[in-house]
Write a protein that binds this ligand. Structure first.
Ligand code: DMJ
Length: 619
């Protein structure tokens, strides 16, 4: 049954109209509380003040029964009926009192959670969940870092292209909302929800992943309905295994960004709540976390296919940014300690040729197979070394050294040029090179450009050049297909360059990495070709991936007509469309000196020494 028939749309007030409504409802709640307190006082007075019945009969309750009572003296033969009258009045007071309390409770229950938050925030507290305090979070004064929203570009063509990307986001979001609301992802061909088991039974991946994109595109009605869903439905009490990495980058990252952009406490609370649920993953002899964790039982394990029970570099190495922020927002140093310990374990190990193998055994603390990749299984580990340094306001020198050392080893051992001059990053299998590059590896153009800025002086120009070459290669991998969208992996052997030769590498699942690199290259060079390449991708997405109910991945980018895979990945809304939008926006929209993107494109503010960009803890 389509989800739409199960879950009716809720009407969502616009951003502008939400506040006055909340204020009236809050006032109403406070009035009810005052009224109930007042009745309680009267009720107490009846029982505890001396001769309170006189007070009661004479002043406050002028009912017929009381009148009768006041006209008869203590010796009256009618004293029995007077006592009855008094009982009736007391019963009425009790009933009124109970009704007032019930109404107050009911009012509180019926209000959007935002109102509860407003009330509790006033006291500097965080909402209690189901009567149980889930987080004792410190009170933080919120300051929005600059550039959370942008303005229209001056150039009419860029303005139009940016508006087009926003329209694409609207189509992706509306379709998800209509057919798959509350599910993790949308199946745009069969028009139903899709639940990936990467998230166990946690639901709503698309909602959480899309929150910040909705915000930066100023789609505030949609942002409000997503917020309401998070408040009411996002539940981490699931008795199922989740991927620690995926849940961290999409859910924790998405919630953190939503908090920093909007200042809404619910996102901080949910992010910390989820972060705490992930902590048992670190219960291993070395502190290198498990890949999979049952959120309810806290039992972890690794992927059965991963080299002798190893943890994966790109998974345990992609927690740093989110966990540093979790410590900041919760006041709990444990998050930071856990990720700093990962670094300690890595720094004690010998690295073959200075490279980091993809597999590490969390029990022995030793490398598994010596496979190295800047694509799948390795990719975001390198990204997070660089970004750990950037997010620390360039104070984390250890991360900086680890990044530039690793990049040097990658350059020496993995980066190669094809006979026709295309630069690519190969995979390393115990010393042997496999001349293939994944779509995932294409993020490295953006990373190298971002890092070129802080590179030792003789490397700056060289690294920017290398980034541009990688961007060109990845563009070629798109240009050499029939549908003008890139394959999952492409090869530089057997007489081909930047082309997939195996059937199982020809698919395209709406991934962002190539567009991500265009966006970084545009910001650093302002070379118009990056916007043109981004626009080519927009046209191909519109032509081949857009369907009536959203966007779908493709099974073979070399086929002359699209064969849809029927999945609208949540990262399409989190990353692909966000990077496209930023590609056609001015540089002061989410400026790099204030924001660092996590690997799922969720922007997190730089943690300033002077704390100016972050919410400050109030002593
Ligand atoms: C995203 O979930 C993240 O970018 C991750 O780092 C790897 N790839 C997917 C999208 O391709």
């Amino acid at each position: 049954m389509p989800v739409a028939t199960l879950l009716p749309f809720t009407s969502t007030p616009s951003r502008k109209s939400a506040n006055p409504t909340s204020f009236r409802l809050t006032e109403k709640f406070i009035l009810l509380l005052v009224f109930s307190a007042f009745i309680t006082l009267c009720f107490g007075a009846i029982f505890f003040l001396p001769d309170s019945s006189k007070l009661l009969s004479g002043v406050f309750f002028h009912s017929a029964a009381v009148e009768t009572n006041t006209r008869t003296g203590p010796d009256s033969s009618d004293s029995g009926s007077a006592a009855n009258d008094e009982k009736r009045v007391l019963a009425k007071i009790r009933k009124d009192h109970e009704e007032a309390l019930l109404e107050a409770k009911d009012t509180l229950k019926k209000q959007p959670d935002e109102i509860k938050l407003d009330i509790l925030n006033d006291k500097g507290k965080v909402l209690k969940d189901g009567g149980k305090d889930v987080n004792h979070l410190p009170f933080l004064e919120y300051h929005r870092p600059p550039g959370a929203t942008g303005h229209e570009p001056q150039d009419p063509e860029t303005r139009e292209r940016r508006a087009k990307v926003k329209e694409m986001m609207k189509h992706a979001w509306d379709s998800y909302r209509h057919y798959a609301w509350g599910f993790n992802e949308l199946r745009p061909i069969s028009k139903q929800g899709h639940s990936s088991n990467l998230f166990g039974r946690i639901q709503g991946a698309t909602i959480v992943d899309a929150l910040d994109t909705l915000y930066i595109m100023e789609m505030f009605d949609e942002f409000d309905s997503a917020t309401a869903w998070v408040e009411k439905n996002l539940d981490f009490n699931v008795h199922a295994e989740v991927s620690v990495f995926e849940v961290n980058i999409r859910f924790v990252g998405g919630l953190l960004s939503a908090y920093y952009l909007s200042g809404k406490e619910v996102f901080r609370k949910k992010a910390v709540e989820l972060g705490e649920k992930l902590l048992p993953a670190f219960k291993t002899p070395t502190g290198i976390p498990w890949a999979l964790l049952n959120l309810k039982s806290g039992v972890g394990r690794n992927w059965p296919w991963a080299s002798g029970g190893s943890s994966i570099l790109a998974e345990y190495g992609t927690l740093h940014l989110e966990f540093m922020h979790l410590s900041k927002l919760s006041g709990n140093p444990e998050f930071e300690q856990k990720v700093m310990n990962i670094r300690k374990v890595l720094n004690r190990l010998d690295k073959p040729q200075g490279l980091y193998p993809n597999y590490l055994n969390p029990n022995s603390g030793q490398w598994g197979q010596h496979h190295v990749s800047v694509g799948g299984l390795g990719d975001s580990f390198y990204e997070y070394l660089l970004k750990a340094w950037l997010i620390s306001d360039k104070t984390d020198d250890e991360a900086k050294k680890m990044y530039y050392d690793a990049l040097q080893a990658i350059e020496t051992n993995l980066i190669r040029k094809s006979s026709n001059g295309l630069t690519y990053i190969a995979e390393w299998k115990g010393g042997l090179l496999e001349h293939k590059m994944g779509h995932l590896t294409c993020f490295a153009g953006g990373m190298i450009a971002l890092g070129a800025d802080g590179a030792p002086s003789d490397k700056t120009g060289h690294q920017m050049e290398q980034a541009a070459e990688i961007a060109r290669t990845c563009h070629e991998s798109y240009a050499r297909t029939a549908l003008k969208l890139g394959p999952e992996a492409f090869r530089f052997d057997g007489g081909v360059e930047a082309i997939a030769t195996r059937q199982n590498e020809k698919y395209f699942i709406l991934r962002p990495e190539v567009i991500e690199t265009y966006m970084y290259m545009w910001r650093f060079t302002h070379d118009p070709k990056y916007r043109e390449w981004g626009w080519e991708a927009v046209q191909a997405l519109e032509q081949h991936c857009r369907v009536e109910a959203g966007y779908s991945g493709l099974r073979d980018v070399y086929a002359s007509t699209p064969n849809h895979d029927d999945v609208q990945q949540s990262f399409y809304l989190a990353e692909t469309l966000k990077y496209l939008y930023l590609l056609f926006s001015d540089d002061d929209h989410l400026p790099f000196d204030h924001w660092v993107f996590n690997t799922e494109a969720h922007p997190l503010p730089v943690i300033r020494k002077d704390k100016t960009d972050l919410p400050n803890e109030v002593e």
